[in-house]
Design a protein around this ligand. Structure first.
Ligand code: HEC
Ligand code: HEC
Length: 396
C-alpha cells in the first residue's frame, strides 16, 4: 500500500514536470500576458531558459561585437518576464506614481510625446525622453553617453531626483514586501533574494528584448537597388535616395554640369545600418553657442562640447518631439534644420559641414524633395512593435 502510494506520487511528480513542458513548446508562440497567466517555460532543472529573440536575418547578421549582453546576464524568459513587471511597476518610484513606461510608452516606440517628461513629484526632466528600441546593440546610453552599460543605465532613472526619487536600499526593501516579486526573482535567478544587481539585470534583460525590426524599411534592407525601387512609391524612393546619398562636395561650385549628379541629403552617413545610427556622439549643428554641453561635460573635453548621441531614426514618425531638448515638434522642422539652419560650431560634424569642414552646409532641398524625405521617414515605422504583447503592460 505504502509502496504503491510512493509509486503514484512519483508518477504524479513526473506528470507535473511533463505537462507544463509539453505546453511550454506551444506557449512560446503566444506570449504570457499578465500576472495570472502560465509561467514562462522552465527547463527540467528549474533553471532559467534562454529567451528567443526571433531575429530577422538582417538582425541575426549584426556582428556579435556590437551585442552588449554581458556574460553574467544572459537574456532568459524568466529574467525578461521579471524585467517587464519592473518596467511597468509604478512602485519603483518613491510615491508609486511613475514607472519606466510613463516616459517610455509603447505606442510612441518607447519614447514620450511630452517635450520634457513628468517626474514623480511633478518636476520635468532636463532632456527629451529617448526611444529605447534595439538597445542591445548600443554602446553608450543617454543623450550625452554618460552610462557605459545598460545594466548601469537602468538603475539611474530610479534614483534620479526628478524622475523616480528612490534609493536603492528603499527599493530593495519595498520589492521584498510585494508578494509578486520574491517568486519571480527565484525563477529568474535561482533564489528569492532581491537586491539591486538583480533588479538591474532583469530590467536590462527586458529592455534588450525590445527589438524593432518590422518596418517597411526592414523588408527592403539589403535588397538590390532595383527591388527597392520596385517596392517603394516614387516619392518614398526619391526620399530613400536623398537619405542615403552623399552631398557632392563640388555641388554649387560650378565644377559639375547642372543635373549630372544626384545631390543627396546625406542623412545615412550618421543614421546608418539596420540600426539607423552610427552609434557615435557628434554635433549636428543645433546651436552656435553651446547651451547643453552634452558629452563635453561627461568627457571633460572641450572638443566634445555640444555633442550628443546620434539617435536611431527607427519609428521616428512616432517619437516627436525631436532632438535632445525636444526643440522640434515635427519632422518638417527637423528637415528645415538640416536644409537651411545648421549652425556653425567648432565641433560640427564634418559630414554636415560645407565641403567637409565645420562651416554649416545647406542642402537647398526643393518642396518635392522635402516631401519625399518625409515619406521615406514614414517607412521606418514598425507597426508590430507598438502592439506586440511581449512588450505590453503586464498589469493590464
Ligand atoms: C520621468 C521620465 C523617465 C523615467 C521614469 C524613465 N526614463 Fe528613461 N529616459 C528618460 C529621459 C528624459 C532620457 C534621456 C535623458 C538624458 O539623456 O539625459 C531617458 C533615457 C533612457 C535610456 C537611454 C536610451 C539611449 O538610447 O541611450 C534608457 C535605456 C532608458 N531611459 C530606460 C529607462 C528605464 C529602464 C527606466 C525605468 C527604470 C526609465 N528609463 C525611466 C526619461 C525617463
Ligand atoms: C553628422 C551626423 C548626422 C547627419 C548627417 C544627420 N544627422 Fe540627424 N542627428 C544627428 C545627431 C547627433 C542627432 C542628435 C542631436 C541632438 O539632439 O543634439 C540627430 C538627430 C536627428 C533627429 C531627431 C531624432 C530624435 O529621436 O529626436 C532626426 C529626426 C534626424 N536627426 C534626422 C536626420 C535627417 C532627416 C538627416 C538628413 C537630412 C540627418 N538627420 C542627418 C546626426 C546626424
Amino acid at each position: 500500500m505504502a509502496e504503491s502510494k510512493t509509486k503514484f506520487l512519483t508518477y504524479r511528480r513526473l506528470m507535473l514536470w511533463f505537462i507544463p513542458m509539453f505546453f511550454a513548446g506551444f506557449q512560446s508562440c503566444s506570449p504570457c500576458e499578465g500576472p495570472d497567466c502560465e509561467d514562462p517555460p522552465v527547463d527540467t532543472l528549474g533553471k532559467p531558459t534562454p529567451y528567443d529573440f526571433g531575429l530577422k536575418a538582417h538582425f541575426e547578421s549584426i556582428d556579435p561585437i556590437f551585442d552588449n549582453t554581458p556574460a553574467d546576464n544572459p537574456t532568459t524568459n524568466q529574467g525578461v518576464e521579471l524585467g517587464r513587471f519592473l518596467f511597468y511597476d509604478k512602485r519603483l518610484s518613491k510615491n508609486n506614481t511613475i514607472s519606466c513606461a510613463s516616459c517610455h510608452r509603447q505606442e510612441n516606440a518607447f519614447s514620450d510625446p511630452d517635450r520634457f517628461s513628468l517626474g514623480f513629484e511633478g518636476g520635468r526632466t532636463g532632456r527629451n525622453s529617448m526611444s529605447i528600441v534595439n538597445m542591445r546593440w548600443q554602446r553608450l546610453f543617454f543623450w550625452d553617453g554618460r552610462a557605459p552599460t545598460l545594466e548601469e543605465q537602468v538603475l539611474m532613472p530610479i534614483q534620479d531626483h526628478i524622475e523616480m526619487g528612490m534609493t536603492l536600499d528603499g527599493l530593495e526593501s519595498k520589492l521584498r514586501d510585494i508578494d509578486l516579486y520574491p517568486p519571480m526573482f527565484e525563477k529568474a535567478f535561482g533564489d528569492k533574494e532581491i537586491h539591486r544587481e538583480r533588479i538591474s539585470k532583469a530590467l536590462a534583460q527586458f529592455v534588450r528584448t525590445i527589438v524593432s525590426q518590422h518596418s517597411k524599411f526592414d523588408d527592403l534592407y539589403g535588397l538590390p537597388e532595383s527591388r527597392i525601387k520596385a517596392q517603394l512609391s516614387e516619392k518614398e524612393y526619391l526620399g530613400y535616395r536623398l537619405f542615403t546619398t552623399h552631398v557632392d562636395p563640388d555641388y554649387g561650385s560650378g565644377k559639375n554640369e547642372p543635373g549630372t549628379i544626384f545631390r543627396g541629403a546625406n542623412c545615412g552617413d550618421c543614421h546608418k545600418t539596420q540600426l539607423l545610427t552610427n552609434n557615435l556622439i557628434t554635433s549636428n549643428g543645433l546651436d552656435s553657442v553651446t547651451k547643453d554641453p552634452g558629452y563635453g561635460k561627461v568627457s571633460g573635453l572641450a572638443k566634445y562640447d555640444g555633442t550628443f548621441k546620434t539617435p536611431t531614426l527607427r519609428n521616428v514618425a512616432l517619437t516627436a518631439p525631436y532632438m535632445h531638448d525636444g526643440r522640434f515638434a515635427t519632422l518638417r522642422e527637423v528637415i528645415a534644420h538640416y536644409d537651411q539652419h545648421v549652425k556653425p560650431h567648432p565641433n560640427l560634424d564634418y559630414q554636415i559641414g560645407e565641403a567637409g569642414n565645420t562651416l554649416p552646409g545647406r542642402l537647398d532641398l526643393t518642396e518635392d524633395e522635402i516631401d519625399a524625405l518625409l515619406a521615406f521617414l514614414e517607412t521606418l515605422t514598425d507597426h508590430e512593435l507598438i502592439k506586440d504583447p511581449r512588450y505590453a503592460d503586464p498589469f493590464e
